[in-house]
Design a protein around this ligand. Structure first.
Ligand SMILES: *Cc1c(COP(=O)(O)O)cnc(C)c1O
Length: 235
């Protein structure tokens, strides 16, 4: 099943890139493996997938030690400051930085183990109040503050678009995030890079690619529906 799903997703990525006049290499697929067992991740790994996304620190901690070390782990869910220390040496990119205080904690933990951490700033471009992420208007100021941390490197922006059956309605949010990244890039802020745009999930990644996504986060489309034991912990 995973092989066929990955083949389908790959075909969709190629087509979306063609429609947008982009190179396939500009887009990285992140297989979102949250709630999924090791066997399924190993299956995707055997087919060649190397980028995996998780939204819980606890789950990365459980999976990281028993899976191959050349996997790139992406933390895509809300991160609490007191949990930064558990993932600082495990993940290659934190997509969900939404405050200067969180970045400050990442700076402290990164410095402690003598490394630097790549991050994205999560922006709530849709303005839905159920979503984490900073407001569009405050992005530049927050980026300027976080840019001062020497062990933290801003690589771009991330957004979670609303869940919808009509993916086309999310196009405007992807356009907004792209425009915001272009505006910030033009400011030439030291220690800030806007190469990465993490946007698009199973329902809307093809549209996100058309609008400039460089990282797409696909879970259901690869691994199938998620089953949550406790609905309260659903995201
Ligand atoms: C779960 C999740 C995804 C993947 O969602 P699908 O609809 O299953 O592709 C992507 N991004 C974030 C932040 C998530 O939490």
């Amino acid at each position: 099943m995973i092989r066929e799903n990955l083949r389908q997703v790959e075909e969709n990525i190629i087509k979306a890139c063609e429609r947008a006049g982009r190179e396939r290499e500009e887009v990285t697929l992140i297989a979102v493996s949250k709630t999924k067992p090791l066997e399924l991740i190993e299956e995707a790994y055997a087919i060649g997938e190397r980028n995996f996304g998780e939204n819980k620190v606890q789950e990365i901690n459980a999976k990281y030690p028993v899976l191959p070390k050349d996997i790139k782990w992406h933390l895509i869910g809300h991160l609490q400051r007191n949990k930064v220390k558990y993932i600082i040496d495990k993940v290659s990119l934190i997509h969900s930085v939404d405050s200067v205080r969180l970045a400050e904690q990442i700076q402290a933990e990164a410095a402690k183990c003598g490394k630097s951490m790549n991050i994205l700033i999560q922006v709530n471009v849709s303005g839905e109040d159920t979503k984490f992420g900073i407001r569009e208007e405050e992005t530049e100021n927050i980026v300027r503050e976080i840019a001062k941390f020497p062990n933290v490197h801003i690589k771009g922006l991330m957004t979670i678009a609303p869940f919808t059956d009509e993916p086309e309605t999310n196009r405007k949010y992807f356009k907004k995030l792209k425009q915001l990244s272009v505006d910030i890039m033009k400011k030439n802020i030291d220690n800030v890079n806007m190469d990465c745009l993490s946007m698009g999930m199973t329902g809307d990644y093809q549209i996100a690619i058309e609008e400039g996504a460089t990282l797409i986060r696909v879970g259901t489309g690869i691994f199938g529906e998620r089953i949550y034991k406790n609905k309260l912990s659903d995201d």
